[in-house]
Design a binder for this molecule. Structure first.
Ligand code: ZN
Length: 408
């Protein structure tokens, strides 16, 4: 039982992602009681009687939100890119770093050398950090294996790490992340992924979302379209990294293919965002990338004002976004992507849950999973206003207190 809380939640009762003006409409209940039972939220009411045997948190004067849903991460990796980062800070170019063996391929080499157990162990440690930061549902992508065996190893490691974690992990097969130079040519590699890796992943992980990174130097528009057509025919939801550095037409193609989400959008044209707004796909903002890399952010206003759906994620990865904090992503999205604090809260809860096809979380309502985060703040806007600290006082995951109340 959480008593005397300022309960703030995206309004319940919407099927799928909140769109347009709805995104900024939060339901607020002051001095309310939230009762959880059997891992679910049982009742939300003003005042409210408390069962004698209940575990109780007195949230007086503080904001209770649905726990965060991080719908885009690369949290499974090995090694680090610290030397590369230091080179970049000293002015090294992308090509310098590539020649020194850096970039995605350096993480690919480290992942290939790591055992499934080591990958699962490191991922599990990162998940625990995220849980403490208020995130109870996390999407984790493969994509640093590139060969069929190494991609399967990654998805299995993600499943292994999830098995003992109190929260929920949703794996995604990022089959189109980079081009493996060892395959001989880009065409040979893409053929192998489509003819060999995709069927192997389909057989072991039916229905897993399939993702690709459409960019110059990564996967071309035509190759992504080929992969996605085949993935869709095999029953996989489609997600895509589009318009991070270059608008190659992937956003429009993703809409045509019925993608669940189009992620990044830093280089999208206003017209592209209007097209996305008119579609069922959710635009996923990843502002930690802009903060770490180059100061470029997606402008979300045309998407939201056009009646579209927007979600927000950390993009946690060792290259472009070494950040697992949703509060940090919220702070950045409000400063740089044009979201209001209320919109950013919906984007990181109910709408992120919609991207993952999980309508039972990201809201505080009877029947929803009892995943809750208690902030030390009296006003939810402080979540966006302050940055760099630790605003989380307590975390409830599946009805259990996983981070005891700091003020209790
Ligand atoms: Zn990503």
């Amino acid at each position: 039982v959480i008593r005397h809380a300022r309960v703030v939640t995206p309004a319940p009762g919407t099927a799928g992602a909140r769109r347009g003006r709805e995104i900024g409409r939060l339901q607020v209940l002051d001095n309310a009681t939230v009762l959880c039972a059997g891992g679910r939220i049982d009742r939300v009411e003003p005042g409210g009687a408390v069962p004698a045997a209940a575990v109780e948190i007195d949230a007086r004067g503080r904001v209770l939100l649905p726990a965060f849903v991080d719908c885009h991460t690369h949290a499974c990796w090995a090694g680090d890119r610290l030397d590369e980062w230091e080179m970049k800070r000293k002015g090294a170019s992308y090509l310098d770093i590539l020649r020194a063996g850096g970039g995605i391929m350096s993480t690919v080499r480290a992942v290939r050398a790591a055992s499934r157990e080591a990958l699962a162990h490191d991922l599990r440690s990162r998940l625990d950090v995220m849980l403490n930061e208020g995130t109870t549902t996390v999407e984790v992508k493969s994509g640093y294996g590139l060969t069929t065996d190494d991609e399967l190893k990654m998805v299995r490691a993600i499943r292994d790490a999830a098995a003992t974690w109190p929260g929920t992990v949703v794996p995604t097969a990022l089959l189109g992340h980079a081009i493996d130079p060892a395959a001989g040519s880009a065409a040979a590699f893409v053929d192998r992924v489509i003819e060999e890796t995709l069927p192997a992943v389909s057989a072991e992980f039916p229905g897993i979302a399939v993702d690709a990174f459409c960019e110059n130097g990564a996967w071309s528009l035509a190759d992504c379209a080929r992969l996605f057509e085949r993935a869709r025919a095999a029953g996989h939801p489609i997600r895509v990294h589009a318009d991070q550095f270059t608008a190659l037409g992937m956003l429009e193609e993703a809409v045509r293919l019925g993608a669940v989400s189009v992620d990044h959008l830093e280089a999208s044209t206003p017209q592209g965002l209007v097209t996305l707004a008119a579609s069922a796909a959710v635009g996923v903002l990843l502002p930690c990338c802009g903060f770490h890399l180059d100061g470029r952010y997606a402008g979300a206003r045309p998407l939201v004002d056009g009646g579209g759906a927007v979600a927000l994620a950390t993009n946690l990865n060792p290259g472009s976004a070494p950040c697992s904090s949703i509060p940090m992503a919220v702070a950045l999205a409000v400063r740089h992507c044009g979201l209001s604090a209320s919109e950013a809260i919906t984007a990181a809860t109910a709408n992120a849950a919609a991207v993952l096809g999980m309508p039972d979380r990201g809201i505080i309502a009877p029947g929803a999973r009892a995943d809750l985060v208690l902030l030390r703040h009296r006003d939810e806007r402080l979540l966006a206003y302050e940055f760099g600290g630790d605003p989380v006082d307590a975390v409830v995951c599946g009805g259990r207190v996983t981070r005891p109340d700091r003020a209790g």
